[in-house]
Design a protein around this ligand. Structure first.
Ligand SMILES: [Zn+2]
Length: 307
């Protein structure tokens, strides 16, 4: 079956009025996962990540400095897009802790697949710099925990968020036991993710022009990303599941729909079945049209449950 990790603290992180990364996003995802077809989900409360877990990705001093910079009231800005409120620290710790706990449970064989409905998102957070709505790099923290604590030899992250996961790439690029592949719109924030960025042969970037849709996405995945992933033969498949490449999303101009998220999730589940004993840990990244986000996340989780 499929695990669902979340925590109410993740809804308390509030980057301010009119910010697209709003608490309503998490409510939309959880509401979409509340119906009877999702009754079989193994629902768990996300624990807080330990500093030790986070420190495999971000220097301990930066982590402690960030937590100390959480405002007692009002807001504190990391950059123009990345805003802290009094509840942001516990939200960020639960978001990273969800992925770490999901890795523990899936590697232990408690369930084959897991989805972490969390925010703030993580894939833009570089080792030395939180940015782009992201505080800690949740998926990288989970990947490093899998390798360092559980001895998982090869961990892959597939990122279909419409933005390039510069933070995950930065942490993974020099490490041949980790694999990162991203489809993303280009040009678009954060500007990284050219096809020429290949790390030590473990990074695959597939930039897509604005207005690209299902055909370009599926062809690129089929021709470039999925063969490279299968060749890497991951022992654990992780997904940075952002749903902002949906045609309804206000932050970008790709033209995907829910069926594309079903299709890619099924393909990743197949590769996990062949190489990873079926183990898939997925975590929420972006997605800013609330209706499209809820429907897309539901489609994604449905495909994980069918694994
Ligand atoms: Zn995004």
């Amino acid at each position: 079956m499929t695990l669902l990790y979340t925590h109410e603290a993740c809804a308390a992180h509030d980057p301010g009025p009119h910010h697209p990364e709003s608490p309503a996003r998490l409510a939309a995802v959880l509401s979409a996962l509340a119906g009877p077809e999702f009754a079989a989900l193994d629902r768990r409360e996300a624990p807080e990540a330990t500093i030790e877990d986070i420190a495999r990705v971000h220097p301990r001093r930066l982590v402690e400095g960030l937590l100390a910079a959480i405002p007692k009231q009002g807001y504190a800005s990391i950059d123009a897009d990345t805003i802290l409120c009094p509840d942001s620290g516990r939200a960020a710790l639960r978001a990273a802790g969800a992925v770490a706990a999901a890795v523990d449970a899936v590697v232990a064989g408690e369930d084959k697949t897991a989805f972490c409905a969390v925010r703030p998102p993580g894939h833009h957070a570089e080792p030395n710099r939180p940015m782009g709505f992201c505080i800690f790099n949740n998926v990288a923290i989970g990947a490093l925990r899998a390798r360092e604590v559980h001895g998982v030899a090869r961990v892959a992250v597939i990122d279909f968020d419409v933005h390039h996961g510069n933070g995950t790439q930065a942490r993974f690029a020099a490490d041949p036991t980790l694999f990162y592949a991203s489809t993303h719109q280009s040009p678009l924030y954060p500007g990284t993710g050219a096809a020429s960025e290949t790390g030590v042969g473990n990074i695959v970037n597939l930039p897509l022009r604005p207005m690209s849709g299902s055909n370009e996405f599926r062809q690129g995945m089929t021709r470039v990303v999925l063969p490279a992933l299968a060749e890497f033969a991951p022992e654990l498949v992780m997904i940075s599941a952002g749903f902002d490449a949906h045609r309804a999303d206000p932050l970008a101009q790709l033209m995907l729909n829910e069926s594309d998220y079903e299709w890619i999730t099924e393909r990743l589940v197949e590769i996990a079945r062949d190489h990873s004993r079926g183990r898939v840990v997925s975590t929420l990244e972006g997605g800013y049209d609330l209706a499209a986000l809820g429907a897309s996340a539901a489609t994604h989780v449905r495909a994980l449950m069918a694994a």
